[in-house]
Design a protein. Structure first.
Length: 259
């Protein structure tokens, strides 16, 4: 273990797979205790057991982040087992992509309930203890959708723009309390969701090639690469980084046209 997160007790949502699981593994490798949350109880249990077999000190709970009371109870229960949470990674989220006039009210509500309100539920559950302890870190996993727009993905970018706004607002609100609130904005990442997207096309390999071709480096990120940045932002190595967003997309969002 590197020990960069020694003494950290980190709550990670959406931790059963993809970016969330990669962050959990990286945080364990750096000495953190973990509270892992996910809606998929079976998959979460499997991955939590694997981490425990590798020496991880952790608590896991199958809970939906839209359940504010459930989140509060889970955080309180974890405090008794591993100690009070002093860092939060709001990773859980869902893709809700529609055309604006084709969108149903239920699509809007589901998108904002998970991607924005769910993140707030988790922030609200840990903030009182962070204030009491005199500091801590919150990292919201946003997206390049937080500052760029892809047609036909409404209302997902709206929720991610709002998540970035919440990051800035909370970062300023609690800076004097020693609490840092930042965001991480991945672009395309080789998660199961992205593979499912490619597989939705008649020619998945062609769809994959088209995605890779958009990027200056002709590849996309691995979940582990996102996790490396998350460890840095949670750690004490960037103590003056607050109310800001780090973009990890291989340069995609700054080029005008693909090469």
């Amino acid at each position: 273990m590197g020990g960069r997160l020694s003494g950290k007790r980190i709550m990670i949502t959406g931790a059963a797979q993809g970016i969330g699981l990669a962050i959990a593994k990286a945080c364990h490798a750096e000495g953190a205790a973990l509270l892992l949350l996910d809606r998929d109880a079976a998959l979460l249990a499997v991955e939590a057991d694997r981490l425990r077999q590798n020496g991880a000190r952790l608590v896991h709970a199958a809970v939906d982040i839209t359940d504010a009371d459930g989140i509060t109870r889970t955080v309180a229960d974890a405090a008794e087992k591993i100690g009070p949470i002093n860092a939060l990674v709001n990773n859980a989220g869902i893709n809700v992509f529609t055309e604006p006039l084709a969108m149903e009210d239920a699509d809007w509500e589901r998108c904002f309930d998970v991607n924005l309100k769910g993140a707030w539920n988790c922030c609200r559950a840990v903030l009182p203890e962070l204030i009491e302890m005199g500091g801590g870190a919150i990292l919201n996993i946003a997206s390049t959708h937080a500052f760029t727009i892809i047609p036909h993905t409404f209302p997902y970018p709206l929720a991610k723009h709002a998540l970035l706004g919440m990051t800035k607002a909370l970062g300023l609100e609690y800076a004097a309390k020693g609490i840092r609130v930042n965001a991480l904005a991945p672009g395309y990442v080789a998660t199961q969701k992205v593979h499912d997207y490619w597989n939705s096309f008649p020619d998945p390999e062609a769809a994959k090639a088209a995605t890779l071709a958009l990027h200056p480096g002709k590849r996309i990120a691995s979940p582990e690469e996102i996790a490396l940045a998350a460890v840095f932002m949670i750690s004490d190595e960037c103590p003056f980084m607050n109310a800001t967003c780090l973009t990890i997309d291989g340069g995609l969002s700054v080029q005008q046209h693909p090469s």
